[in-house]
Each structure stands twice: as structure tokens, then as C-alpha cells.
Design a protein around this ligand. Structure first.
Ligand code: PRX
Length: 663
């Protein structure tokens, strides 16, 4: 196949020293396939149920209901159960803020705070099934607020604190949240960002929120507080009752909504169930990282994304682990901040994103070498494909050549890891491959017609069977759920799969398998860009651009970036009366930061007078990508106006020359 893939497969030999063989995982896989009822019942026994389920799975494709009839509570499983098994005084969270302050929270203390805040929410009128939006930095109040929602059966909808006011407003409005929890501000690289101001702006655009709780993270003097609507967290907590009985929740009741980008402008509200999701998170964490009671876990993700939901909040707490939570930039005040924390707390399992690894690679190994990282025993990555160079650097420089790298492929929608090495039973690793599907996951790589492709051929990654962690639906939009995930490939008798699925889940990813069946993830196949691991829809960016008065039409693509994986490049047609200029470019950049958030800041903006389109009027992003990367243009016969691609190319060249690397 391509040069890239043969380079990747040759890596297999060089990493062959990490060999731990065993049959355990294969046995689990066969059982999950042959006796799903028995298999999942056994796994689910690891949680505490108030009432056992009547039925493991009700599968009316594409809607799955797991552990039907089962009753449990997520916060009870994450907290009370640990107190009962003797972990009362174990540290749940070692927290450190960017400015150097620390907090140590035991399971008992966390349980207490969650109980009190659950009572606060009740007092504010939050009931079972209500939605609570949470817009907080990485402070302990974030997991406390989430678990308090779970305790009373309310759904949390966490919005990443790097999102803008209008992105927050969209999410509040879609979920019709009753309460918003936010903070006065946050620190980023030493600067104070006044978060409450953004929250207020968002509240100006939404009607559903009745009460706002504000955490004093910074102590900003001029934080605006609206009488009768806004309350300080500490004031409410002072008066809260200490115990709140956990609400019995059906396994098939939703636990939370988490918005993610898709291929249209409107973010999708991914809804996760309580029972299936918790079972999946428990099991996948166990299989992939096999944590022991002495481990010090550190997942560097922000809780605003699914990784933080599953592997900072629910997973590690279900397992009674001690973890690090850090609220700050990885390179502040110096590029060794992370390594300093690993040394200080003796982190044993470290889970991060390829983009962060590449950033640290760029800083150079001297920063890691300043610290004793010998406590580390397992490393993990998530969010985007990891290139073999970064894999090797991570393995050697951070892991000292002794830690396996658990490259976990999954999505917001899958709830937890899907394709990943499993520390309970490691296979030989290959740098850049997520290895094999976990038990209960049936993944295939197929061509446009849905048939499995040959080894080393690139195809679409699909999932053939329901799994407990799968999303239930999209919030109040079951049709879109069906459309987005279950309509690209229709099952039919002629498809050559080992099992006959009644429905096929389309992941939106490209992948291939090598001759040994290892999976290699190869990026998004749809119009979604992964910037530093963050998922951003091109349509979302385009609609943000055209909301600016100067922009008539916009086309956005992802350009390969050595650190961030991909960066955002926009082609814009201006309305008449507007002229291209550096000032306008800066203004548009700011406009995007304001409409979506700093994660979506475009790397380059090019002004053009037309865009390459198909005859049916669809923008051919593939061609724009080719122009930007300087590769061959490929088939242009469907272009509406072949001259437009030439023009786009000319415009890019002109701009490149005129602006050097500045754009
Ligand atoms: O393209 C895949 C990529 O991230 C997408 C899911 O993004 P999101 O829902 O934001 O969740 C990120 C954290 C789970 C996938 O469709 N992706 C995630 N993990 C990997 C990956 N690509 C390659 N290798 C991975 N390990």
C-alpha cells in the first residue's frame, strides 16, 4: 500500500520486545460474542445495583437499551461504594492549580461535597430528569457538580470552559438547562480569563436558566452577580444539609448529555445511559489499563470532553483510584510542568493525547530528563492517530522504554475505549496501531459498498454490534441519530461479515487492517477536523464565518499540522463592498474565537472570489485540501466550474507569496 503504511508495519519488529502473551482477552472476546447475556451480566456485577436488571439487552436497531429494568445510581457507585469498601480516607483527587495551589480530597470528603451540592441543586429546584449546564475549568467543583447531578438523577451537560459564550448559549438552549454552574474566572498561562462574563453573555441569549451557581476560583472583585439568579457556591454550600440519599435511577435513564461536533453546523447532543455507560467505562478501564489500588492515575484531558467524563470522573472513581487533576497549561510556567507533577505525585499511569506528546517532543527531551519519571508503568494516548515518531519518543523519553503504550481508539458516542491494547493481556504493540477491538466490540473496515477491504487497504471503520457504552440517541433528535450513524451502510445478505448485523454503525473514520489484523486508524473520513485532538465540524466553522457581515461564502478544511495533527484553513468569498486586508483577517480570526472558542482559531484565512464546487453545488473540500498541501488535484470532472479550482490555487499562491508564513 502507501509508503506510510509499510513504514508503520515495519515498526512491528522494533517494538517486539514488549511481548506479553495470553489467552485471556481472546476468551473474553469469544464469550462476549457467543454468550453476550452471560458475559455482560458477569461484568455488570462489578457495579452495585439497587435492583438487578430483567433483561441484558433490548435491541431495536438503531436503539439499544442495556440492563433493562436495572436500577442504580452513578454517584453511589463512584463514592458510597468506596466508603463501604474501606477507602474512606484514600485520596480520590490530588488537585493542583496552574498558580501552584493544591488541594487533596479524600473519598470521604468528595462524598460529602457531592452530597451537599446535591442538596443545593434540589433547593434550587432541580429535579430528576432536569438538565444542568456546567461551564467550569478543571477544578474539583466540576466533578463534584457532575456527581451531584447524578446523585439526584439530573442530567449534566458539561460545556468545555474554552468554548465561547455563543457556543455555551447554543448548548444551554438545546438542552433547556434549568441551572448553570460556572466560575468567576480561570487561569491560563498566568492570565486571568473572566469566565462569568462569558456565562452572562450566554445567559443573555438563553431563556431556560433560572439559577446560576458561581465558584470563586480566582476571587475576581468585579464579578457581575444578578440578584435572585446568581449565587456563590460557597454561600450555598455553607447552608446545605450534609446527606442526600441517592436517587434510584433506571439503567436506561440518561446520565448526561455531551455536545460534540458533526458535519452540520448544529452540535449534536450525545446522550449516554446510566447502566450501560457505567458498565462500559468500568470494564474498559479495567481491561485497557488494569489499575491496581496503589496506582496514581493521571488523565490530562479536560473534563469538558468525553475523555474527562469517562476517565477522570466516572472510570477512576468507580475503581476507587487516586488521581491527579491539574488546572492549567502543560507548559506553564515551564515546559516541564507535567513532568514535575508526575515526579511529585509518583504518577504510575499517564494518559494523554498525541498532540501533547508532539508538543513536548518539540520542547525537547531535556525537560523530561530533569525529572524522575521512574514511577510510570503504563502510558496511554487518545484523540487522534499517533504517528510512529511520537509513539517512539513517548515510549523512550517518557516511558523509559519500559511502559506499554495503550493507544485507545474511541469517540464521544462510544462512551469508552473500543479498539485498544489491553494491559490485562498485552499483544505485541506496533507504534501507531490501536491493535484490536476490546471484548464485545465488532469492528470492521469496509469499502464504499460495505464490504470488508483487504489487508492494508484503507476503508471506513464500522461497528457491527451494539455495546453497553453506546450512545442512546441524540438529544431530542432520534432521526438525526439514525441518519448520522446508522444510514451510510445498510446491512444486507451479500455483505461478507463474520456476523450478520441488523444495523451498521458508521464511525466517520478511515482505518485499515494489516496482515495480522491489527487496526490502524487513519483520521476522519467526514467533514470533521481534529485540531489538537478537539473535534470541530467544518460546517460549524463555515456557519460561524458567514455570520460575520463581510463574509458571503466560506469553505473550511483541515491541513496536516506537525504538532496539532490538523489546523484550520479557511477560504472565504467576501461580500461586495468588503476588501481583503490583514485587518479583516484578524477581525475574522477574533470573530471565530468569539463564536466558537479559542480551540477553533483558524491557522490561515485565504480570500478568494469563487470556490470549487460539484455540479450539485457541494464545495469540494478534497480539492482545497490538495491545493493547500500541494498534492495532485485528482478527479475534477464533477466540478461545476473548473476554473474555480485554478483560481483557488492562484489565490493561495499569491497570498502565500505576499504573506510568507504569516497567514
Ligand atoms: O477520529 C477519531 C479520533 O477522535 C474521534 C472521536 O473524537 P471525540 O468524539 O472528540 O473523542 C475523542 C476522545 C475519545 C474519532 O472518530 N480518535 C480518537 N482516538 C483515536 C482517534 N484516532 C486515532 N487513534 C485514536 N486512538
Amino acid at each position: 500500500m502507501s509508503e506510510k503504511s509499510s513504514d508503520r508495519s515495519s515498526v512491528a519488529e522494533t517494538e517486539a520486545e514488549i511481548r506479553y502473551y495470553g489467552q485471556k482477552l481472546n476468551e473474553l472476546r469469544s464469550r462476549a460474542l457467543e454468550d453476550p447475556e452471560g458475559f455482560w451480566a458477569e461484568v455488570a456485577e462489578n457495579l452495585t445495583w439497587f435492583k438487578r436488571w430483567d433483561k441484558i439487552l433490548e435491541w431495536n436497531p438503531p436503539f439499544a437499551r442495556w440492563f433493562v429494568g436495572g436500577v442504580l445510581n452513578a454517584s453511589y457507585n463512584a463514592l458510597d461504594v468506596n466508603l463501604k469498601r474501606g477507602l474512606k480516607n484514600k485520596v480520590a483527587i490530588f488537585w493542583e492549580g496552574e498558580e501552584g495551589i493544591t488541594r487533596t480530597i479524600t473519598y470521604y470528603q468528595l462524598w460529602r461535597e457531592v452530597n451537599k451540592f446535591a442538596n443545593v441543586l434540589k433547593k434550587l429546584g432541580v429535579k430528576k430528569g432536569d438538565r444542568v449546564s456546567i461551564y467550569l475549568p478543571m477544578i474539583p467543583e466540576l466533578p463534584i457538580a457532575m456527581l451531584a447531578c447524578a446523585r439526584i438523577g439530573a442530567l449534566h451537560s458539561v460545556v468545555f470552559s474554552g468554548f465561547s459564550a455563543s457556543a455555551l448559549a447554543d448548548r444551554i438552549n438545546d438542552a433547556e438547562a434549568k441551572v448553570l454552574i460556572t466560575a468567576d474566572g480561570l487561569y491560563r498561562r498566568g492570565k486571568v480569563i473572566p469566565l462569568k462574563k462569558s456565562a452572562d453573555e450566554a445567559l443573555g441569549m438563553s431563556k431556560s436558566v433560572e439559577k446560576v451557581v458561581v465558584v470563586k476560583r480566582i476571587g475576581l472583585e468585579d464579578t457581575p452577580m444578578k440578584e435572585g439568579r446568581d449565587y456563590w457556591w460557597d454561600d450555598l454550600m455553607k447552608e446545605a444539609e450534609p446527606y442526600c440519599p441517592p436517587e434510584p435511577v433506571e439503567a436506561t435513564d440518561p446520565l448526561f448529555i455531551l455536545y460534540t461536533s458533526g458535519t452540520t453546523g448544529k452540535p449534536k447532543g450525545v446522550v449516554h445511559s446510566t447502566g450501560g455507560y457505567l458498565v462500559w467505562v468500568w470494564a474498559t478501564l479495567k481491561w485497557a489499563f488494569n489499575p491496581t489500588p496503589d496506582d496514581i492515575w493521571w488523565c490530562t484531558a479536560d473534563i469538558g470532553w468525553i475523555t474527562g467524563h469517562s476517565y477522570i470522573v466516572y472510570g477512576p472513581l468507580l475503581h476507587g483510584l487516586t488521581q491527579i487533576m491539574y488546572d492549567g497549561a502543560p507548559d506553564y510556567p515551564a515546559p516541564d510542568r507535567w513532568w514535575e507533577l508526575v515526579e511529585k505525585y509518583g504518577v504510575t499511569i499517564f494518559y494523554t493525547a498525541p498532540t501533547a506528546i508532539r508538543m513536548h517532543m518539540k520542547f525537547g527531551e531535556k525537560w523530561a530528563k530533569k525529572h524522575d519519571l521512574s514511577s510510570l508503568r503504563i502510558l496511554g494516548t487518545v484523540g487522534e492517530p499517533i504517528n510512529p515518531e511520537a509513539w517512539r519518543w513517548y515510549h523512550e523519553v517518557i516511558g523509559g522504554g519500559r511502559c506499554p503504550i495503550i493507544d485507545t481508539w474511541w469517540q464521544t458516542e462510544t462512551g469508552g475505549f473500543m479498539i485498544s491494547p489491553a494491559a490485562i493481556d498485552l499483544v505485541p504493540l506496533k507504534a501507531g496501531s490501536a491493535t484490536f477491538p476490546l471484548p464485545g466490540v465488532h469492528a470492521e473496515v469496509v469499502d464504499e459498498d460495505g464490504n470488508p477491504v483487504k489487508p492494508f487497504e484503507r476503508g471506513y471503520l464500522v461497528l457491527l454490534a451494539p455495546w453497553p457504552g453506546m450512545l442512546m440517541t441524540l438529544w431530542r433528535d432520534p432521526e438525526r441519530y439514525r441518519d448520522v450513524y446508522w444510514s451510510k451502510f445498510q446491512p444486507n445478505e451479500s455483505l461478507e461479515f463474520k456476523i450478520k448485523p441488523p444495523a451498521i454503525y458508521y464511525t466517520g473514520d478511515y482505518a485499515m487492517k494489516d496482515e495480522e489484523g491489527y487496526f490502524w486508524l487513519m483520521g476522519r473520513a467526514d467533514d470533521v477536523i481534529k485540531v489538537a485532538g478537539h473535534r470541530i465540524g467544518t460546517a460549524e466553522l463555515e456557519s460561524a464565518f458567514v455570520s460575520h457581515p463581510a463574509v458571503a461564502e466560506a469553505a473550511v478544511i483541515g491541513k496536516p499540522d506537525p504538532i496539532k495533527g490538523e489546523s484550520i484553513v479557511a477560504f472565504l468569498i467576501l461580500k461586495s463592498g468588503y476588501e481583503p486586508s490583514d485587518e479583516l483577517r484578524d477581525e475574522l480570526r477574533m470573530h471565530i474565537r468569539k463564536t466558537i472558542g479559542p480551540v477553533a482559531t483558524p491557522e490561515a484565512i485565504f480570500f478568494v472570489s469563487s470556490l470549487p464546487k460539484t455540479r450539485s453545488g457541494k464545495i469540494m473540500r478534497r480539492l482545497l485540501k490538495a491545493v493547500v498541501s500541494g498534492s495532485k488535484l485528482g478527479d475534477v470532472t464533477t466540478l461545476e466550474d473548473a476554473s474555480s479550482i485554478e483560481e483557488a490555487k492562484r489565490a493561495v499562491e499569491m497570498l502565500r507569496k505576499a504573506m510568507g508564513e504569516k497567514s
